[in-house]
Design a protein. Structure first.
Length: 262
């Protein structure tokens, strides 16, 4: 297997949105390089600004229109961070972490998913259902753009992206570790709900336009469809992700909900 032996150098990126920035402040404060807030957010982010002053990190208080230029988006929600991007793992580093994964586990593999809104939504859903890793071929696996990070609502702090240099070889290694490769496709009669998903699953999600690639279908141990009326060709990939992960959670991880009081 060909893979770099050291992680990438940390890149800088902008992140905006209340929940996305708050998650970085909570989980990865040392990665913050610079902070921008509107006057209306100063009280809310007061502890952060005090911390910035103590740590000698620059912060700026800007009006909303100025912050829009910094963020290059009207959806900044009054706060923007310049921060180090989370480091992506490679094949070797992923396989080194497998012994830490006990019990039922579902990993995601993006097979051509590129739209930042879908990537952000998938990351948010993955964080909600405890997915530790999102995989994909290194040259195709998208970076979390500022827009995707905002849509992920802090999910990027809980899910690690893995750019694979030898996707087929690494999936083969995962299979040897007990993972089953499941591909979603509307062109099958095998229902997602017909039987429980395997307790260790790699779920391959096809791209927005073409769906699962022929290469992904060849790798699959199983191909499952999400049943519906058939009135539309397929579901949005982030919606399909939510349904599949919800089913995996129901099969393997869902705790009993407390009964509602009378």
């Amino acid at each position: 297997m060909l893979a770099p032996k050291s992680p990438r150098t940390a890149e800088e990126t902008k992140v905006y949105g209340l929940n996305a920035c708050a998650a970085i402040w909570q989980h990865r404060a040392a990665a913050i390089i610079r902070v921008y807030v509107t006057p209306e957010r100063m009280r809310e982010f007061g502890p952060l600004l005090k911390w910035c002053a103590k740590q000698k990190k620059t912060y700026h208080v800007l009006e909303a229109a100025e912050l829009e230029r910094v963020a290059q988006s009207v959806h900044h929600e009054g706060v923007v961070f310049l921060t180090q991007a989370p480091l992506r793992l490679n094949d070797e580093q992923l396989l080194a972490r497998l012994p830490d994964l006990s019990g039922p586990q579902c990993l995601l593999f993006l097979d051509g998913v590129q739209n930042p809104h879908n990537v952000g939504s998938i990351t948010r859903v993955a964080a909600h259902f405890g997915v530790p890793f999102i995989l994909g071929p290194d040259r195709l696996l998208p970076r979390l753009t500022p827009a995707a990070a905002r849509i992920a609502e802090g999910g990027m702090e809980h899910v690690t992206f893995v750019g694979l240099h030898d996707a087929n070889g690494t999936l083969a290694q995962l299979r040897l570790q007990g993972f089953k490769i499941i591909v979603t496709s509307s062109h099958t009669t095998d229902s997602l709900y017909e039987r429980p998903l395997p307790a260790r699953t790699v779920l391959i999600l096809g791209g927005e336009v073409e769906g699962a690639s022929p290469q992904a279908l060849k790798l699959a141990d199983e191909v499952r469809a999400i049943p519906g009326t058939g009135s539309v060709e397929s579901l949005n990939v982030s919606v399909a992700t939510g349904l599949c992960l919800g089913e995996f959670w129901r099969n393997h991880a869902a705790p009993a909900l407390p009964r509602a009081g009378r």
